[in-house]
Design a protein around this ligand. Structure first.
Ligand code: PMP
Length: 442
């Protein structure tokens, strides 16, 4: 089908699109017109099933009536409440709701507008926390190769994906990267967590030896790697990171922008893996991706340090014009309520085995060289064509859309992570369409 009202070439030029090859896109635009439930409708009238939950954020699918209504109602009531020196009641309510579902003493919440802002906020909190405690030399940060922590200067400094870092100068000083805990020789095609590989965490001890713990503020990792292509932590790996960071007084930050709020069947990866970090960064599914929002959740002792009169009661000099924006908050309160009322996390827990089996049913599909999955997250590595990174995976991505399936492309990997409300039939439809797509690509 062709659109009855396509954008002309001159109309396409002004918009500089994010994370998109602009020229290729504008030569052949893919436009989404509307969305309901698990389906997008394109401008040429086709139905496309959302196999990626938007960008990992549309946990409830699209246009959930309770979320839509909450936003509408809030817009007519209080459309803005300055974050500085004023508050509004629902923001306090949401902070309590979020704190309640986070593990252990992670019970204070700082609101942001995106994952990138959550990450940079967390890094700043970590450094300032040590300084307030009299450890001003603890400024070094440790991330991981292949880590994705958004696009702020802090996030790309601790992040480890080359394309996000190159072109942007010298970045933050004093940053190291731990190895990526993945070995295709032993871990390819693992359904769930790999059994070996916990020892990758021991590299942190080497970095501590090199720099001395007294210079290190924080370690940040995605508990399950998302943007680099869904890589699942080996059993015992996160536990080991927690042990080493605790031993050396280093804060552990879990970047849960993708994993928080149900992706793994729990409110957080921290809960699923039973590893409590000092700080958790979130965004995306917190309010079903409907209004930009993120949140940083910190342990009580961190918040208390900032409030401590004996330390000067230094408040965090940090925030955003739109922190805890009323529309984002209203959407989040409604989303969090639906998670509970509709048993959304339980749905992921129940269907995870079906999801994993459906993903691994494509083991022998053409071009597939690896499959990884946990909860409602999965990724397929697609064999390169003529040694060109991502070329064939890009063809798969485009072909899938043509065949009525939206997936997420990342280098040679295709991620499939449908809304958390998907049932068995949705899951089967998504993986069947993906199998047909793979078969149709040379
Ligand atoms: N951290 C992680 C782990 C992410 O996956 C992302 C986004 N995919 C971000 C940070 C950045 O979030 P945003 O795009 O909302 O800035």
């Amino acid at each position: 089908m062709t659109s009855s009202n396509p954008l002309r070439n001159d109309e396409l030029q002004a918009y500089w699109m994010p994370f998109t090859p602009n020229k290729a896109f504008k030569a052949k635009p893919r436009l989404l017109e509307s969305a309901a439930g698990l389906y997008f409708t394109t401008d040429d009238g086709r139905q496309v099933i959302d196999g990626s939950s938007g960008l990992w954020c549309s946990a409830l699918g699209h246009g959930h009536p309770k979320v839509t209504e909450a936003i509408r109602e809030q817009a007519g009531k209080l459309d803005y409440s300055t974050a500085f020196g004023f508050g509004h009641r629902p923001a306090f309510e949401l902070a309590n709701v979020v704190a309640d579902v986070m593990p252990g003493s992670l019970d204070h919440v700082f609101f942001t507008n995106s994952g990138s802002e959550s990450v940079d906020t967390a890094l700043k909190i970590a450094i300032a926390y040590h300084r307030l405690k009299g450890d001003a030399s603890r400024t070094r940060l440790i991330g991981r190769f292949n880590g994705y922590h958004g696009v702020g200067f802090g996030g790309i400094s601790v992040g480890g994906m080359v394309n996000n870092r190159k072109f942007f100068g010298s970045l933050l000083p004093g940053v190291d990267h731990m190895p990526f805990p993945y070995d295709p020789a032993t871990m390819a095609f693992t359904n769930g967590q790999p059994e070996t590989g916990a020892a990758y965490a021991d590299e942190l001890e080497n970095l501590v030896k090199l720099h001395d713990a007294s210079t290190i503020a924080a370690v940040i990792v995605e508990p399950v790697v998302g943007s680099a292509g869904v890589f699942i932590p080996p059993i015992g790996y996160l536990e080991r990171l927690r042990e080493i960071t605790a031993k050396h007084g280093i804060l552990l930050i879990f970047d849960e922008v993708i994993t928080a709020f149900g992706r793994l069947g729990y409110a957080s990866a921290a809960e699923r893996f039973k590893v409590e970090p000092d700080i958790i960064t979130t965004a995306k599914a917190i309010n079903n991706g409907t209004v930009p929002m993120g949140a940083v959740i910190v342990q009580k002792r961190i918040y208390d340090t900032f409030m401590d009169e004996t330390k000067g009661g230094v408040e965090l000099f940090h925030g955003y014009t739109y922190s805890a924006h009323p529309l984002a908050v209203a959407a989040a309160l409604a989303t969090q309520k639906v998670f509970k009322e509709e048993g959304v996390y339980e749905n992921v827990q129940t269907l995870e085995p079906h999801f994993g089996a459906a993903a691994h049913g494509l083991k022998t599909a053409k071009h597939v060289t690896d499959i990884r999955n946990l909860g409602f997250m999965s990724a397929f590595t697609v064999a390169q064509r003529d040694g060109v990174l991502g070329a064939r995976a890009n063809d798969v991505f485009l072909k899938a859309f043509e065949m009525g399936l939206k997936v997420r492309l990342s280098g040679d990997h295709i991620a499939i992570a449908p809304p958390l409300v998907s049932d068995k039939a949705h899951i089967d439809r998504i993986f069947n369409l993906f199998a047909e797509t793979l078969a149709a690509v040379d």
